[in-house]
Write a protein that binds this ligand. Sequence first.
Ligand code: CMC
Length: 427
Amino acid sequence: MNDVAELRYNGKTYKLPVIAGSEGEKAIDISRLRAESGMITMDYGFANTGSCTSNITFMDGEKGVLRYCGIPVEQLAEKATFKETAYLLINGHLPNRRQLTDFSVLLNDHSLVHEDMKIFYQNFPRASHPMGILSAMVNALRSFYPALHESEEEINITVTRLLAKVRTMAAMSYKISLGHTVVYPRPDLAYCENFLNMMFDSPVRPYQLKPEVIKALRVFWILHADHEQNCSTAAVRVVGSSRANLYAAISAGIAALWGPLHGGANQAVIEMLTQIQKNNGDFKSAIGRAKDRNDPFRLMGFGHRVYKTYDPRAKIMKKVCDDLLGALSIQDPLLDLAVELEEAALKDPYFIDHNLYPNVDFYSGIVLRAIGIPTNMFTVMFAIGRLPGWIAQWKESMDDPNWKISRPRQVYIGETLHDFVPIDDRE
Ligand code: CMC
């Protein structure tokens, strides 16, 4: 017999089917609730609401587990390339050698950006935030590559085009912001190497690729590649649900990621640590402010909607951070400060009671600084990493037999019916 939950209200009992996931998660299906009872559910911030079933990513927030298509993120961070991880998320399985070669050829073939797009870049005001530019430029890709996603092959090309071009576009925006010549992608370089080279190579100072830096970037991107129904992924699915094109959906995802409570936290962490450094390293008052209900300040890089224990990505990121700074012999005072801050916060009853632990963004900014990425590009780095996840989730939603346009409801609490008042009769 199928599992059901019962809701009793006003002397009536409503039977609600229970859906179970492959890892034992359960959900009460309320899709017939309004039709049968006239009521809707209320769930601010969708904290208890499932919007889909998914085969892509599994998280257990209590145990600190993260798996992509069943594979622990720790194993992928250790053994996989970012390209393999992207393929895994988008196709549901790891590629064999032939599939990986075909994927690499496609990525290489689509890695150039239309030369006319450079003019857009040149005309953004210099102080524009790179996330705003990236979101606008990804939306603009639709005008340059208007092919519809009708056949499987067209969808594949659009997907590969995005994966290949967003990386080029991000590096291009950095070069143009400096007033430097754009460095083009090279067919002899792998995905991470190519990005680093486009960012940092210069006619007057050829860039030396270092294995430790390549490894750090690879792991950084793998750790960010998907995180089930987070704010930006939900935005991608919501925009995609209206059957807007993939570029528009990804552009919306980038805009959502920009916020400091989401991907923008990696930039906000460095800004917070820099501010603490300016205050003579007084991290205790930052902790005090974070605990003060009357102060909107939050400890950036701490807390998570799903993880109520240490974010598994943060553990790996801290190790990447230590290894990278050690290998490059970098002494970053912000790292020492971050370690002190973490230790003090983890001992503080407020953080213990609220289950607040470092999240992926806490140490990632220090890794990006060591690589040489400017602070205002940090969230762009997150976006490049999250792109395979957004694409995979968009593809899954397009094939979902339960697909519906996303359209939440509300409980209206405004004025009740009253007549229009002509302007001369108003107070
Ligand atoms: N510092 C101080 N207090 C916090 C923090 C924090 N970083 N995060 C949550 N709290 C408190 C919050 O004030 C609330 O307290 P109370 O119950 O006493 O009112 C309680 O913890 C629950 O917080 P919430 O805002 O209801 O939790 P949420 O699930 O809605 O928010 C969050 C999750 C990530 C937005 C939040 O923890 C936060 O703002 N963190 C700082 C920003 C950050 O690091 N974001 C990156 C998240 S990881 C990357 C990503 O995937 O986006």
